[in-house]
Design a protein around this ligand. Structure first.
Ligand SMILES: [Zn+2]
Length: 156
């Protein structure tokens, strides 16, 4: 697939990463011409320059993918997380998951499932005790009691 990239003047090798790394595809033709005209050293240098730009582009793409994933996670949470009786719940594929610790979510953006203990619903991460009057909260906590709590690293 051809990708249109903005073409600019020469970028020096090892230049500081600016977040706007570009790849000039005309330079591949230039390399070809250098080889054809018997200038392998020049061609090799140009090839190395392009290689370093490719690496920078790949790094930028990885970083952008990560940022996109973070945005998608935040969007998903904003659309599917809801509070009920002061506790957080997540609706996913029609199933209500939770309850999650309100303190952990509000302070760090993490979803930690509360565990039912005799004093109430307890967060295994911050040890906050929550009282829920909702029967669904108590029932749900009962059914997930044997499962270990997980911290989901959602961004705020
Ligand atoms: Zn907590």
């Amino acid at each position: 697939m051809a990708v249109a990239l903005k073409v600019s003047g020469a970028i020096p090798i090892g230049c500081a990463y600016t977040g706007e790394t570009m790849l000039d595809y005309r330079r591949f033709k230039e390399i070809n011409e250098l080889f054809a005209s018997g200038q392998p050293e020049k061609a090799r240098r140009l090839l190395m320059e392009l290689q370093s730009r490719c690496i920078a582009l790949r790094d930028e793409m990885s970083m952008l993918k990560l940022r996109l994933q973070t945005c998608e996670d935040s969007l998903y949470l904003s659309q599917n997380l809801f509070t009920e009786d002061g506790l957080y719940w997540l609706r996913t594929a029609g199933v209500k998951l939770g309850p999650f610790c309100p303190r952990c979510y509000e302070s760090e953006g993490g979803l930690v499932r509360l565990e039912k203990q005799k004093q109430g619903l307890v967060c295994p991460y911050c040890n906050t005790t929550c009282q829920s009057t909702l029967p669904s909260a108590r029932d749900k906590a009962d059914t997930v009691h044997s499962r270990p709590a997980r911290i989901l690293p959602f961004a705020k």
